[in-house]
Design a protein around this ligand. Structure first.
Ligand code: SAH
Length: 217
């Protein structure tokens, strides 16, 4: 049980991880939010000591992985969160990215396709004081009833950009960060909605995510 506590040892490891991210150019605001979230508590107790290793995208059950620290940092920074932003997250997973978004001051609506992960995380995050709205559903469809969103973050590799999600972005500046690609590697896309069906799109480097799958189970 003691391993789950946020000891000096874990805080030290977290500082070191953040130092590496600082060298990569990640903004202070994002680093501060990531310092507040004890990443190791999202890991099985036998694996906590790997929680702060950059090169590990560890398994969180149901064949899924927690995104590596630099991926979380980059997606968070790209989203340019303003306090009170309404954010839709596709792929709740273990909830680590959700917690970082909440620490940035966002209000988060999060969808997970896997029922077991959904159940686990919906119960676990509030125990850490993180309150988001959790949904067991299909991320391709988004949450039309809760739209529009200031920001949308997709944390699984999408074979294409889902049109339903584009339509749930706020007009005049709503932004989506989504890794797109059918194979093992995806390209990070940053999409900004202008008016109506007009969008700006830019691409930023290659990433590896677990695939965005159809339908819930
Ligand atoms: N942000 C998460 C990343 C988890 S990996 C974390 O830090 O833990 C991506 C997650 O997306 C997995 O949990 C997977 O089950 C989920 N996923 C895959 N396809 C999905 C879909 N269509 N809708 C919602 N979630 C999906």
């Amino acid at each position: 049980m003691i391993d789950r506590m946020d000891t000096y040892l874990f805080q030290g490891k977290r500082k070191k991880m953040l130092e590496e991210l600082r060298h990569k150019g990640i903004k202070e605001e994002v680093l501060t939010a990531m310092f507040k979230v004890p990443r190791h508590v999202f890991y099985d107790s036998a694996l906590v000591h790997f929680a702060y290793d950059e090169n590990n995208a560890f398994h969180i059950g149901e064949g899924q992985t927690i995104s590596r620290p630099s991926t979380v940092a980059i997606q968070t920074e790209l989203l340019d969160i303003k306090k009170g932003d309404k954010v839709l997250e596709i792929g709740t997973g273990c909830g680590y990215q959700t917690a970082v978004l909440l620490e940035m001051g966002a209000k988060v609506w999060s969808i997970e396709r896997q029922s077991k992960l959904y159940e686990k995380t919906r119960l676990f995050l509030p125990q850490l004081g993180y309150n988001a709205r959790f949904y067991h559903g299909d991320g391709y469809k988004g949450l039309p009833l809760q739209a529009p969103f200031d920001k949308i973050i997709v944390t699984c590799g999408a074979p294409f950009i889902p049109k339903d999600l584009l339509l749930q972005l706020k007009e005049n500046g709503g932004m989506m960060v989504i890794p797109v690609g059918e194979g093992e590697v995806q390209v990070m896309n940053i999409i900004v909605r202008k008016t109506g069906m007009e969008f700006d799109k830019r691409e930023l480097g290659n990433f590896k995510f677990v695939p965005m799958l159809k339908d819930k189970r």
